[in-house]
Design a protein around this ligand. Structure first.
Ligand code: GLN
Length: 558
């Protein structure tokens, strides 16, 4: 893919390096409650700066004491997004990459655990020369250093502080941006506070009081925002701006009303219409110009018109309460559906309810089947059955990471190895077709044993994968521990699969596909992380196309 980085140490794309003027900062904080779209607002503002030709970086400060997001429970916290350089991060980085159409590095995710680890490591190494180590200035200084480092090559660096202002866990970040603002001085930073305006059904009115209190809480911590983004469920009356201005001490020009949008991709256009980006640039003493938003407009048009045709995709995964776990997968599917001009319907199929006997009944209603990444044994037999059903019936299939492993298990079982399994699910399997390679043994319980970040894959000449990618070499992001056991290649092929991609040294299986199958493609990587709203990922686009074309096995001549 043109978009992927060619090496593990590739630089974040799209950043100018010949920068002479100082980096300008945009701080984004949240009040009232979290989860109202602060990340999307921050990223949209970034997109507007980018559309004016500025180089932009963006960073998320997270309150958790975890060192990175790899150990957070996806059911609670949503997807773990992986950067090209192998950082396991918060799903907000996914929003950022999609909105900015730009790869971000591990520096863009700053968790409290990483900050404290740095401080404590430095203290243990005698780095503080006998001083008392304190939150101010030692913790805040490390945060400031990390922010400066992350933004140093860009014209504008956006820093989003996770959570809500006033949370005990977030105070060090708030204090750090206050100090950084003082250091760089007026004209070099702006601060946007994202608040929420609730609607009271009984009295039928919007209430600004929580927003006023949120601004008050900020003032208590020494900060008066320059801008307020007011989120609401529905459109609030325009006079709300005056009220917010008066009580929060922000010029009306610095206030933008953001009611729920029909598509998140409208947010940059709504922000632009309000004039808030121009206002921010004025405060930052940067030259404003007319942004080219034609691509955004066309994206919004596509995202808000319902095409006639629709496709129904079954996503076979173990039961999870939190849809955000597969946020990038859904975004990639939506993007692929838009590019194919079809409406996307997707349903979650609880893999604990699927088995080889009922797979056809449960899955034949879908135009295509997707098995996403996953960890652990629960529901694994259902995923294997789903892959096997798709392979044998000619149903379009897209396997992502674990989705490749279950395809390999299914195919080898089909070839007669009835107890074939991954050692992740059956450590005693007589046929460990997916296993931990010798090199990785003993590190199973640690984050360190995962293959993380971008790796190259060489595609087999003439394979479906090479046709879809229109390339012989691709780079995709990884996050997994287990690999296909190459001792079983013959059985895998006998089961109906072709190894269509391997690591450059041939040691690792990267992709498999169904022989004589309309579209059975599985990858050991996570292509969803590279899909962008305006540039759908070829594997997803090809998958959706196959579900529309409804070809049969016999129609395919590869
Ligand atoms: N559990 C599998 C592994 O560790 C797959 C991981 C994934 O799907 N991300 O290899």
């Amino acid at each position: 893919m043109a978009d992927a980085n060619s090496s593990h140490i590739a630089k974040a794309a799209g950043n100018k390096t010949s920068k002479t003027s100082p980096t300008k900062y945009v701080f984004v904080t949240g009040g009232v409650l979290s989860g109202v779209g602060k990340g999307v607002t921050a990223a949209s503002l970034g997109a507007l700066f980018k559309a004016r030709g500025f180089s932009v970086t963006i960073q998320k400060c997270d309150q958790y004491l975890n060192v990175d997001a790899g150990t957070l429970n996806p059911a609670e916290h949503g997807e773990c997004f992986v950067t090209y350089d192998g950082a396991e991060t918060d799903l907000d980085l996914g929003h950022y990459e999609r909105f900015l159409d730009q790869d971000l590095s591990r520096d863009s995710s700053l968790m409290t655990g990483r900050v404290y680890k740095k401080v404590i490591d430095k203290e243990r190494a005698g780095g503080f020369l006998g001083k008392t180590v304190q939150v101010v200035p030692h913790v805040t200084n490390i945060i400031i250093e990390e922010i400066i480092e992350c933004g140093k090559n860009s014209d504008i660096h956006i820093v989003e502080v996770g959570g809500t202002v006033g949370d005990i866990e977030g105070l060090h970040f708030i204090e750090a941006i206050r100090e950084l603002g003082l250091r760089v001085g007026r004209g070099n930073f702006v601060h946007m506070h994202v608040v929420y305006i609730p609607f009271l059904g009984t009295s039928k009115e919007f209430k600004t009081k929580p927003a006023q209190h949120a601004a008050l809480e900020l003032r208590r911590l020494g900060l008066i925002p320059d801008m307020i983004a007011a989120r609401s469920e529905k459109e609030v009356p325009i006079k709300t701006i005056e009220k917010l201005s008066l009580f929060c001490g922000v010029e009306p020009r610095g206030i933008v009303l953001l009611p729920n949008a029909d598509t998140v991709y409208r947010v940059p256009l709504t922000l632009e219409q309000s004039g808030i980006a121009s206002y921010a640039l004025e405060r930052l003493q940067l030259k404003d110009s007319a942004p080219d938003l034609s691509a955004w407009k066309s994206l919004v048009r596509k995202a808000t018109t319902t095409p006639e045709k629709n496709v129904k995709i079954g996503i076979v995964a173990k039961y999870l309460d939190n849809e955000d776990t597969y946020f990038s997968v859904i975004e990639a599917l939506k993007s692929a559906a838009r590019s194919n001009a079809v409406a996307l319907n997707y349903e979650w199929v609880n893999s604990e309810l699927v088995d080889s006997k009922n797979a056809e009944v449960m899955l034949s209603i879908y135009d295509g089947i997707l098995v996403p990444g996953g960890f652990g044994k629960r529901g694994i037999e259902g995923k294997i059955a789903a892959a096997q059903y798709a392979l044998e019936s000619g149903k379009p299939y897209l396997g992502l990471c674990l989705g490749l492993q279950v395809a390999v298990i299914g195919a080898t079982r089909g070839a007669g190895l009835s107890e074939a399994n991954s050692t992740e699910f059956d450590p005693k399997s007589p046929d460990p077709v997916v296993y931990i390679m010798e090199l990785q043994k003993g590190k199973e319980g640690t984050g360190g044993s995962m293959r993380l970040g971008s790796y190259e894959c060489i595609l087999k000449k003439g394979s479906l994968a090479s046709k879809i990618y229109k390339s012989g070499v691709v780079t995709e992001r990884h996050r997994h521990r287990y690999e296909v056991n190459q001792l079983y290649i013959q059985k895998i092929e006998q089961g109906g699969l072709v190894i269509s991609g391997t690591s450059p040294d041939g040691m690792l299986v990267e992709m498999v596909e169904g022989r004589d199958h309309p579209y059975f493609v599985a990858t050991q990587a996570h292509p969803e992380f590279l899909s962008r709203p305006m540039r759908p990922h070829p594997l997803f686009a090809g998958f959706i196309k196959a579900t529309i074309d409804k070809l049969h096995k016999s129609d395919i001549i590869i």
